[in-house]
Design a binder for this molecule. Structure first.
Ligand SMILES: *Cc1c(COP(=O)(O)O)cnc(C)c1O
Length: 353
């Protein structure tokens, strides 16, 4: 593959960014990666100043929803090296999302080189303070302009990046959803496609109006088993074991989920991937054997669940402390990312200089 050309911004916005108060997703870095698919192939990508792109209101993704994305992170480790966390696994998931949405595949080399090019161009945007990172948002969408329902013959691949601060997610109160559905088996739940989010907004908004932060989605057939939560997979500590719903086509295969399960195994914690019923969560709460619940995702790594509402009954979980499994797992993951712990699972990809 040819080196990716870089068109630099004339005036950087870097000096306008308060790196001590980044928050999540508030700032976009100076540059973005842009590539087109047309004439039957992914054309050479380029790095350009972040900004508007021309589009027509007839572009197919707006009408028929062919749009997918990824969410991942780059860091500077303790030696100042630029690294990406598990880009190959994100690439594998991107391929699955693309295939499900009938989009033409791109090679791993094309994807990784594109990430490298945009991250290196905005290297100064990679925050170094503890817990912060450069969030990476690859997005692919149909751009052919036509009104008839069809699979697009043209696409755009864009990578946006955003410096993000430590995400001290406050403990959340979730509601087990017993009416609405995010995804059904055989649908698109396992794909990171835009429509999954659009469809989840309304029930999530209703839950927020009722005072909850998030919805715990259940299976589409009879709402008896837990699927996942919002943009995170969900994990429970039941009888001292780490329990999480087994993947189905209705559940997103989270990279964080996989990483935490791997670490838990390594740390001697018993891991169970299986169907998790709402009834057993309720029973675990009543018997006191349910000691933790949390979401797992790239943004926060773990997000503590403080309370789970099941059919109107509020299950308030014990407060977490330094011995909590979720905090031990999170620390281990962050230590590997920053180079304080050996990278024994080969999760760290060093961006070549
Ligand atoms: C992205 C996402 C997750 C978390 O996946 P990670 O790879 O850990 O960030 C979980 N659920 C949904 C629906 C998602 O879109």
């Amino acid at each position: 593959m040819n080196p990716i050309p870089v068109e630099r911004i004339s005036q950087s916005r870097l000096s306008m960014i308060d790196f001590n108060n980044l928050g999540f997703g508030n700032y976009l870095s100076d540059h973005m990666l842009l590539a087109n698919y047309n004439d039957g192939r992914w054309q050479d990508p380029k790095v350009v100043p972040y900004g508007e792109i021309p589009m027509t209101p007839a572009m197919l993704s707006l009408h028929y929803g062919q749009a997918i994305f990824e969410g991942m992170k780059a860091f500077k480790n303790k030696n100042g090296e630029l690294i990406i966390f598990r880009p190959q696994r994100h690439y594998q998931r991107l391929l699955k999302s693309m295939e499900r949405m009938c989009m033409p595949a791109m090679s791993e080399e094309y994807f990784i080189n594109s990430l490298n090019a945009v991250i290196k161009t905005d290297e100064q945007w990679v925050p170094t303070s503890e817990g912060s990172s450069l969030y990476l948002r690859p997005v692919i969408f149909a751009t052919e302009s036509r009104l008839g329902v069809k699979i697009s013959d043209e696409y755009k691949f864009v990578i946006l990046t955003s410096p993000v601060g430590p995400y001290f997610a406050k403990p959340v109160r979730v509601k087990v959803e017993e009416h609405y559905v995010r995804a059904a088996e055989g649908g698109t739940g396992f794909a990171k496609c835009a429509g999954n989010y659009g469809g989840a907004f309304y029930p999530t908004q209703l839950a927020k109006e009722q005072g909850f932060d998030q919805v715990l989605w259940t299976d589409a057939c009879d709402h008896k088993y837990i699927d996942e939560s919002g943009a995170m997979n969900v994990m429970f500590v039941l009888n001292g074991k780490l329990v999480t719903p087994k993947l189905t086509s209705a559940i997103l295969d989270g990279v964080t989920r996989n990483s935490l399960l791997t670490l838990a195994n390594k740390m001697g914690i018993v891991v169970e991937e299986r169907k998790v019923s709402v009834a057993e969560i309720k029973e675990g709460f009543e018997k006191g054997t349910l000691t933790e619940a949390f979401g797992a995702g790239t943004a926060a790594v773990v997000s503590t669940i403080a309370a789970i509402n099941i059919s109107g009954e509020e299950c308030v979980l014990p407060e977490i402390n330094g011995h909590s499994i979720q905090l031990r797992l999170k620390k281990r993951l962050e230590d590997i990312r920053h180079g304080y712990e050996p990278d024994e699972f080969e999760w760290i990809y060093k961006i070549p200089q």
